[in-house]
Design a protein around this ligand. Sequence first.
Ligand SMILES: *Cc1c(COP(=O)(O)O)cnc(C)c1O
Length: 422
Amino acid sequence: MRIETKCLHEGYHPGNGEPRAMPIYQSTTYTYDSTEHIGQLFDLTAPGHMYSRISNPTVAMVEEKISALEGGVGALCTTAGQAASLIAVINLCSAGDHFVAASTIYGGTINLFAVTLKRLGIECTFISPESTEEEIRAAIRPNTKLIFGESLANPALTVLDIERFAKAAHGAGVPLVVDNTFPTPILCRPIEFGADIVIHSTTKYMDGHAVQVGGVIVDSGNFDWTQNDKFPGLTTPDESYHGLTYTESFGRAAFITKARVQLIRDLGCYPAAMTAFLLNLGLETLAVRMEKHVENALAMAEFLAASDKVESVNYPGLPGDPYHGLMKKYMPKGASGVISFTVKGGREKAVQFMDSLELASNVVHVADIRTCVLHPASATHRQLTDEQLVAAGIGPGMIRLSVGLENIEDIKEDVERALARI
Ligand SMILES: *Cc1c(COP(=O)(O)O)cnc(C)c1O
């Protein structure tokens, strides 16, 4: 199946007389004929659902679909993108460990890595997404367990050179984790370029309709955890499962299995069936929506670049953008639907512009079917220091415009009117 077809048909394969739409299994628990069978579920020797904190048939169908879209061996849904980042990191890192992340990642992820994980004894070094292989290697320490970056950064819109980061990571015997939220697997599939783990905030384009908060982790199955002694959590016995070793029992699916049966079990951040059902509605139309988001965003980026009220426009889909070359390599079908631009006159004019819009909504969200705007410096990235703002590629007058699926002329008229008012 091609990717458009996978969006519709992966994950759920109804038999004769069964419902055409994916059913919602709204049940916390599952019945079995024997105590022995339930015992086997706890030993992880028999497949099956035991309790909806760990797995659920509706969520499992959505996981199977997303894994197929990214080209993985398995996926795990979480209650938010934040939980996906957290679990991806602590599935490999314990107190005393270290990891490396690109400095342009999402502001919420920076908080998680720089503040909360630090409090738990896990240290993160932030490096420029433009680092050379040597510079990446220089940030790696003996206790480094992974490298993390965003394929298309929110909101800086830097494009990660996935192959370069993967090469540096693999040279040091650690995996590359890529947050692929903005391009979605329709526009970019990081595993094909060497990423080992892919995560998403499904709250964004995957859902697209602003109706559920969620996250997902996809395991490529390609990383060999047994190549060194850096990952004892995967290669030595887990006492909470009578001494089972994930790499021995689950092979290529060791990472994603451990994340579920150990961390989701203990932390309890698994989505409800209804949430997964809503996410699936979004996934079914993801391919057609992304195509239209790309078309509208490119037209808007060209329009903004031609305006004398605009100081600069970042959109990797524009031929003059510094990331255009990388974008053509990693996301040849388009640079997604988000533009960041700076109006002349700094913070004050940016706020005036935002408040003058009528069609586009001023929201703490992005990647919605409806056009929306956000001022990162006063919202999502408010908690960052000026220094961190610069490292994250965000200026005080920067506006993030998430171009929706409205008629492009209506979006243009709205933006033109608001620009005229500043
Ligand atoms: C929104 C976002 C997150 C966090 O996801 P939530 O679903 O809001 O928890 C992580 N990464 C990126 C790139 C995002 O845009």
